[in-house]
Design a protein around this ligand. Structure first.
Ligand SMILES: [Zn+2]
Length: 90
């Protein structure tokens, strides 16, 4: 169990949504600060964030080259595993 995450209210689907919004650049300034602070203290969310960055790079690259679908699905599988291993909020 990650200590930092419990201190910050735990990792929930809602919190992961915020990370995606942060990556999309649609988060308001307050939200950006909160997500950054959480990522610094929480290893689990940081690995989700890192994976999402990798996925985005793969997708972006696939616009030019042949899409590496296999790799993408492999990453998405791993992402699901991480989500499943997180403590439930409800
Ligand atoms: Zn977290």
């Amino acid at each position: 169990m990650t200590q930092g995450c419990n201190e910050l209210g735990g990792c929930t689907e809602a919190r992961l949504e915020r990370i995606y919004e942060y990556l999309d650049g649609v988060l308001e300034a307050d939200g950006v600060d909160a997500v950054r602070a959480h990522l610094e203290g929480c290893e689990e969310c940081r690995s989700v964030y890192d994976l999402e960055c990798i996925i985005r790079n793969v997708v972006r690259r696939s616009c030019h080259d042949a899409a590496p679908e296999q790799l993408k699905f492999k990453i998405l599988d791993r992402l699901e595993e991480i989500k499943d291993s997180m403590p439930e909020s409800a």
